[in-house]
Design a protein around this ligand. Structure first.
Ligand SMILES: Nc1ncnc2c1ncn2[C@@H]1O[C@H](COP(=O)(O)OP(=O)(O)OP(=O)(O)O)[C@@H](O)[C@H]1O
Ligand SMILES: [Mg+2]
Length: 113
């Protein structure tokens, strides 16, 4: 199993949810509002050598724990849906997940997703 953490533009969240709803398989997700900055330190244009305090921009973070074989399709869905081509489109992190427990049934691992 893998965890997909996608930090995207807030206004793209509805599009991602809609795209997910069209998939055959239903997936759970967690969404939170986050503050952060990337390479431009929160500014659209950075003058080389200029030193400014980074500016925290509001984004949305989507977390999904999925089967290994589902990662690529979901990453592509999130990427295509979240793309504008401008700086600040966001980032997707993928990390391994050791185990999952569905509290209600005590199922573990992939069966609990
Ligand atoms: N290396 C990182 N570690 C943790 N969070 C990050 C990292 N890079 C970006 N983020 C998060 O992702 C958000 C969007 O980043 P952003 O899309 O600006 O990345 P970027 O590398 O600057 O790419 P771009 O050049 O397309 O703007 C940031 O506001 C921050 O919350
Ligand atoms: Mg950036």
């Amino acid at each position: 199993m893998k965890k997909i953490e996608a930090i995207i533009r807030t206004e793209k969240l509805e599009d991602v949810k809609r795209a997910l709803s069209h998939m055959e398989q239903n997936h759970g997700m967690t969404v939170c509002q986050v503050l952060g900055f990337g390479k431009q330190h929160g500014f659209a244009e950075l003058v080389r050598g200029q030193k400014v305090i980074p500016s925290l921009l509001s984004k949305v973070k989507i977390e999904m724990v999925v089967k290994d074989e589902e990662v690529e399709e979901l990453v592509e869905l999130i990427q295509v849906t979240s793309l504008t081509g401008e700086v600040g489109d966001g980032k997707i992190f993928i990390s391994p997940i050791e185990d999952v427990i569905r509290i209600r049934t005590n199922e573990r691992g992939q069966d609990a997703l």
